[in-house]
Design a protein around this ligand. Structure first.
Ligand code: BTN
Length: 231
């Protein structure tokens, strides 16, 4: 349960800053107004100018570590619904899309007993580089600015009870499945080793992607990036 938020103006990456607090054994949130070297998944960088929410949750989960990224996506979806946004989907494994564009990215790193869950939410960003043309922000979608501090408090306030529930009872996967887009769609799954084309058959209870290849064989994948989805 996150009870403390530690704020910075400018850091390299809140993921790295969070590592400095590992020894405290306390669950805390680290946030910064911008990042000079924001980290994305699979070695990519994360565009981190002023105007975004950059948050790393330092957690010491007792159980169900693998569901934490999913929990973070569900948290963001619930917060954005509170702000009256609809057309929200979770793209496996844990991107949040608004109107089919990426509004939030999540990365989880395991460090000893801890999990550092990084959430990057595009709040008041006016425009993205051409390389990031599939990204969007709350401001672009709504036409107005948001109070980032209020968004932060909502994220923590929504995450905490879900995290308690996850630790005590497990996540009700059915609730999450409601937000999943892309079942039945043709996709390409890109992993560190290979690229696999297929159709999304389902997401199962341990949050693995079930992909059906051209021969009809269904295989299970725990990580990778899904491309070419028309969500
Ligand atoms: C992705 O979609 O590739 C994941 C992006 C995660 C970005 C967040 S921003 C806060 C935290 N600090 C980082 O350097 N990265 C994560």
């Amino acid at each position: 349960m996150i009870k403390k938020i530690i704020r910075f103006k400018d850091v390299s990456s809140t993921q790295d800053t969070a590592k400095r607090f590992l020894k405290s054994n306390e669950e805390v949130a680290i946030t910064s107004l911008r990042q000079t070297h924001g980290k994305g998944r699979q070695g990519k960088s994360w565009f981190s100018p002023f105007g975004g929410l950059y948050l790393s949750l330092l957690l010491f989960p007792r159980a169900r570590v693998t569901s934490i990224p999913l929990l973070a996506s569900l948290t963001v979806v619930k917060v954005l619904e509170n702000y009256d946004f609809s057309k929200l989907t979770i793209r496996w494994p844990n991107d949040v899309l608004l109107n089919h564009r990426k509004i939030c990215g999540i990365i989880c790193e395991q460090c000893e007993k801890a999990v550092i869950c990084g959430i990057g939410l595009n709040v008041n960003i006016d425009k993205f580089t051409t390389k990031l043309d599939s990204a969007t922000s709350l401001k672009i979608e709504s036409g107005h600015d948001f109070d980032i501090n209020e968004v932060l408090n909502q994220v923590i306030g929504t995450f905490n009870p879900l995290y308690n529930e996850l630790q005590n009872e497990g996540l009700r996967i059915k609730e999450v499945l409601h937000y999943i887009g892309g079942i039945g769609e043709s996709v390409e799954l890109i992993t560190a080793q290979t690229r696999i084309k297929g159709t999304v058959y389902d997401i199962d209870d341990d949050w693995a992607l079930l992909l059906r290849d051209d021969s009809g064989m269904i295989r299970k994948y725990y990580c990778g990036e899904v491309k070419q989805m028309r969500w």
